[in-house]
Design a protein. Structure first.
Length: 255
């Protein structure tokens, strides 16, 4: 009887993807049945821009690049594994045939963006000569030996504006760090921005008329997008939300 119980437990945990790295923190099959449940989990628990140990569906360690490539084909979802280790482990799980039909295109689209952002890490940030609404100019040379945090947005982007209170708090948290600059690139014209920001303040230095630069030089397709540029002028991280930005800046600020 004990052997049967033990065997049953092994089969059950194997179905849920137990590995030597730990069990999935949620049931990878059940989470796929409802889009909003999956999306809430994905948004709150999975940070693909962060540094993590990547595992394929067979629990084999793979590179982050391979992990993101596999995700982008829309056949798998990432689940974090439970672990007492400080290292974060993400594993790929197959999207089930009865999964909510909205999951596949959503994970594919977001993963393609994450992969493109990942490829930018370590590359030199493009040349710039930004003049903000107060007439202050920033260039590659003037920001040398400083960490530059860049927020890309536009007035009618609801998600961009929604995070204003959070990014303002972030800027305030690092206000005593003279080696960290907060700059925002906006698509909109100066007067439009001044009128808008009078009602919804942004603590960043705001650069107007940046639509062409963001589209043609930075090749952005989604907003908001955040860049962290290290003290050597290279792109440390490209991020799609405040939560990822906060975590990444904390790491970069300690270097």
């Amino acid at each position: 009887m004990k052997k049967i119980v033990g065997l049953s437990f092994f089969i059950l945990t194997s179905c849920f993807g137990q590995t030597k790295y730990g069990n999935p923190e949620v049931d990878p099959i059940a989470i796929q049945k409802n889009f909003m449940e999956w999306w809430t989990y994905q948004s709150n628990n999975i940070m693909l821009s962060s540094d993590f140990v990547a595992l394929d569906s067979n629990s084999t360690e793979i590179s982050k690049e391979s992990f993101l490539k596999q995700l982008s084909d829309g056949t798998t979802i990432p689940i974090r594994l439970q672990s007492n280790d400080t290292v974060v482990y993400y594993k790929l799980f197959k999207i089930e045939s009865n999964a909510d039909s909205n999951i596949k295109p959503t994970i594919s689209t977001s993963s393609i963006e994450e992969y493109e952002h990942y490829k930018m890490e370590g590359t030199q940030f493009p040349d710039f000569n930004f003049t903000d609404l107060n007439g202050i100019t920033s260039t590659n040379q003037s920001t040398k030996n400083k960490i530059v945090v860049i927020k890309c947005w536009y007035i009618h982007c609801a998600a961009c504006v929604k995070e204003f209170p959070d990014v303002n708090k972030l800027a305030a948290r690092y206000s005593n760090r003279k080696d960290i600059l907060f700059i925002s690139l906006a698509e909109d014209a100066p007067q439009e921005l001044k009128t808008f920001l009078a009602k919804k303040p942004l603590s960043y230095s705001v650069i107007p008329n940046m639509k062409i630069y963001m589209n043609e030089t930075l090749h952005l397709n989604a907003f908001p997008t955040h860049f962290i540029i290290n003290k050597e002028g290279k792109i440390a991280k490209v991020l799609m939300n405040y939560e990822s930005l906060e975590a990444a800046l904390e790491i970069e600020s300690r270097k």
